[in-house]
Design a protein around this ligand. Structure first.
Ligand code: PMP
Length: 449
């Protein structure tokens, strides 16, 4: 049966998206942090369908709400009102600080960021949008211009139809100091790239200023930043850097956009939104993935003023955005996060696990860095700590395969796919974190033999 699936995949599904593993997993069922394949094996899911299943696969409460809504009303489109949309708008806006109170619902992170770009342009009357090197903001033709993770960057004749630029190169976050990126992981090593974090921050601010002074940012409309870069391999900025970047952007009339697609909804533990960990207040916040626990939904939240600027320029429409199913599910997700204290759990289990993974860095030469916050953790694999060159992809693949064989699913990130990404549903327990660290350690030992 598996061969039949492979055959269909090869013939009828586009080759642009590649699956993990030599023999991609054929998954049949999920329950909370567990996934089950076609052969009856079970896996602890520590990647949540790319940082998306926030409260657990088929969470009983969310599933019950979805089933009830399925029997009541699926779709109206934006030309009619329905109660789940207004309920959800009230609940979501209550989670954001003033003046971020106006919501537009979409279906995906890319769509949300597309809309945020339109808002920034309408509001500023400027054109240029900038993002960080290593950023991922989507794969739509518009957002691809902002996505700067090598493998997604398109080289098409005539470019990609959208302005974007590089900012400071945050690739493989060269900052070694624990205080420099707000991490509980202590490091004894001096960072080879920057003597201390304050210097790193200052250097990056200078680079950022240089970028703002170039022709690509002459007419600055907006600046996008992920509070922690996800696809780039859980890359964090030096403390204070983002705050200064926001200030510089605003001085030039630009709008600041926080892309919370991966970092929002309590995953980072200490705060509900990633921007709060940087002590900044964005003008626009975009969100997707964890918002719907796997159901396609996304949102853009902004100020009444910016919402009005766009409304003055154009009508904006989306057939499925804010549909009754998505809104009912969104409300159930928020309720579960609150009822089950999942943000606190992310903080507790996340910090516990980060410190345990950090010990592997001391034990294995090929574990170059362990970083992250809450339940968003990156483990960067290197040839050796001195050179910091990425471990060759085939070797990282082998460790990845071994984790799977031992019952643990983790993700990958970084330009060379050299960083393992850990982002389980927020309901995981400390014993499960122990299991994950043990499995990962066994995979590393196997690799060294
Ligand atoms: N922003 C970030 C930070 C993301 O990680 C992603 C998806 N990986 C997106 C935007 C795009 O979201 P979607 O795939 O739902 O379009």
């Amino acid at each position: 049966a598996y061969d039949h699936v492979l055959e269909i995949h090869k013939r009828h599904l586009s080759p642009v998206a590649t699956a993990y593993f030599q023999k991609p997993l054929l998954l049949h069922q999920g329950h909370m942090e567990w996934l089950f394949d076609s052969e009856g094996n079970r896996y602890l899911d520590f990647f949540s369908g790319i940082v998306t299943v926030s409260v657990g696969h088929c969470h009983p409460k969310v599933s019950a709400v979805a089933q009830k809504q399925l029997g009541r009303l699926w779709h109206t489109s934006a030309v009619f009102f329905h109660p789940p949309m207004h309920e959800y708008a009230k609940e979501l806006s209550a989670l954001l600080p003033e003046p971020l109170k106006v919501i537009f619902l979409t279906n995906s992170g890319s769509e949300a960021n597309d809309l945020a770009m339109l808002m920034a342009r309408a509001h500023s009357n400027n054109m240029d949008i900038i993002s960080f090197r290593g950023a991922y903001h989507g794969c739509s033709p518009y957002t691809l211009g902002l996505t700067n993770v090598g493998t997604f960057k398109m080289e098409l004749p005539g470019g990609i139809g959208c302005q974007s630029t590089m900012c400071p190169d945050v690739f493989r976050g060269p900052w070694g100091g624990s205080h420099c990126r707000d991490s509980p992981v202590q490091t004894t090593r001096k960072c080879s790239c920057a003597p201390d974090c304050c210097q790193a921050r200052d250097e990056y601010i200078e680079q950022f200023k240089d970028t703002l002074n170039t022709s690509v940012a002459k007419s600055l409309a907006g600046f996008f930043a992920e509070p922690i870069q996800g696809v780039n391999g859980v890359v964090q900025y030096p403390k204070g850097f983002l705050k200064e970047a926001f200030k510089l952007v605003r001085e030039r009339g630009g709008v600041c956009i926080a892309d919370e697609v991966q970092t929002g909804f309590g995953r980072l533990g200490s705060h509900f939104w990633g921007f709060q960990t940087h002590d900044v207040l964005p003008d626009i916040v975009t969100m997707a993935k964890g918002i719907g626990n796997g159901f396609p939904m996304a949102a853009v939240v902004t100020t009444p003023e910016i919402a009005q600027s766009l409304a003055k320029c154009l009508l904006h429409f989306n057939t499925f955005g804010g549909n009754p199913m998505a809104c009912a599910i969104g409300s159930a997700v928020l309720e579960v996060i609150k009822e089950e204290n999942l943000q606190k759990n992310s903080q507790e289990v996340g910090t516990y696990m980060l410190l345990k993974f950090a010990k592997l860095r001391d034990e294995f030469e090929i574990v170059g860095d362990v970083r992250g916050k809450g339940l968003m953790i990156g483990i960067e694999m290197v040839q050796d700590k001195e050179s910091r060159k990425p471990l060759p992809r085939e070797e990282v693949n082998q460790i990845h395969e071994d984790c799977k064989r031992l019952g643990l699913l983790v993700g990958r990130g970084g330009i060379f796919s050299q960083t393992f990404r850990i982002a389980p549903p927020m309901c995981i327990t400390k014993p499960e974190a122990d299991f994950a660290v043990d499995v990962f350690r066994s995979a590393l030992i196997q690799h060294m033999e």
